[in-house]
Ligand binder design. Structure first.
Ligand code: SAM
Length: 300
């Protein structure tokens, strides 16, 4: 707490609510997050990590010890000189001043990690995410890369609000299950790792947080091996599945037949549900990612 306060005071800064700044002040937490993150990356190859929002560098310094290369993206211009001082001992850290949401991710990865990837290395993502853009950041990491191939990351190890962590990791049919749970499951498996109480931050947020590991799997053909093999067809298929998920959760209180009726005639959905062995009056919130894929195949 005193180190973080001291650094902020020295640069005449205070945490900015608008940028979702809740800085970690208990060193044990970022140390544990960095160690969990590194465990997902292969140990025998050069490993890089992209950190979103380094703040005053609490997590960055531990990532710098775990990884060969750390690239951080920070939106707050005022923090850049402070980070220069806080991370002066680490020659493997690059701080980029930018809005993560504005980045062209494939180009950014190529620029900062292209050589490492070409040498057989891996790239992870690790962050104590600003809460105002948690879901958009996660969706950008996923949707920034074509849905007909695997994601180019070992894992995303991210701290989010506890409630969001539950949603990300939720199973079909549970109260927390939503479109983000189903969309994530198409490309990743999600593990809730540990909870973090409000007292570990400056300022203390009103709610608890949790760290989750989001680990890309082989992609949609791992969820449903019957999906088209041809890359262009697979891409179109993935789009259809995403469209179904959006429609199903856009009106989650309706039966799936009704929720899809603007796009598919009710009889057609009923027939496809029967082919999948699902009840005619089922709601979308009960369908797993695999069910959505099977339904998309049946509807086609
Ligand atoms: N990593 C630090 C820690 O754990 O103490 C800070 C985490 S704080 C919750 C979120 C950080 O993300 C802040 O430093 C904030 O300025 C930064 N941030 C917010 N929006 C951002 C954006 N769009 N792009 C990049 N950084 C952003």
């Amino acid at each position: 707490m005193s180190v973080v306060r001291g650094l902020l005071d020295k640069y005449g800064l205070a945490p900015k609510k608008g940028f979702g700044q809740n800085f970690l002040v208990n060193a044990a937490i970022p140390q544990r997050i960095a160690a969990c993150s590194r465990e997902y990356a292969p140990g025998d190859r050069p490993a890089g990590v992209l950190e979103i929002g380094p703040g005053v560098g609490a997590l960055t310094q531990y990532l710098a010890r775990e990884y060969d290369r750390v690239v951080c993206v920070e939106i707050d211009r005022g923090l850049i000189p402070l980070l220069g001082e806080a991370l002066a001992d680490f020659s493997n850290v690059t701080v980029v001043e930018a809005d993560f949401m504005e980045l062209e991710l494939p180009e950014f990865l190529d620029e900062h990690f292209g050589d490492l990837l070409a040498a057989g290395g891996s790239v992870s993502v690790c962050a104590n995410l600003p809460y105002y853009i948690t879901t958009p950041v996660i969706m950008k990491l996923i949707e920034g890369f074509p849905a007909n191939g695997p994601l180019p990351f070992s894992a995303f190890t991210v701290m989010v609000q506890l409630e969001v962590a539950r949603r990300l990791a939720a199973e079909a049919g549970s109260a927390d299950y939503g479109s983000i749970s189903a969309s994530l499951a198409l490309r990743c498996r999600v593990e809730k790792l540990f909870d973090v109480g409000p007292g570990n931050f400056l300022p203390a947020p009103k709610v608890s947080s949790a760290v989750v590991g989001i680990v890309p799997h082989g992609g949609i053909r791992q969820v449903i091996p019957d999906a088209p093999e041809d890359p262009d067809e697979l891409l179109r298929f993935a789009e259809r599945v995403s469209g179904l998920i959006a429609l199903a959760f856009g009106q989650r209180r309706k039966t799936l037949t009704n929720a899809l009726s603007g796009k598919y005639p009710k009889e057609k959905t009923a027939e496809a549900l029967a082919v999948c062995g699902l009840r005619a009056d089922i709601r979308g919130e009960r369908l797993s990612a695999e069910d959505f894929c099977r339904l998309a195949l049946a509807l086609a």
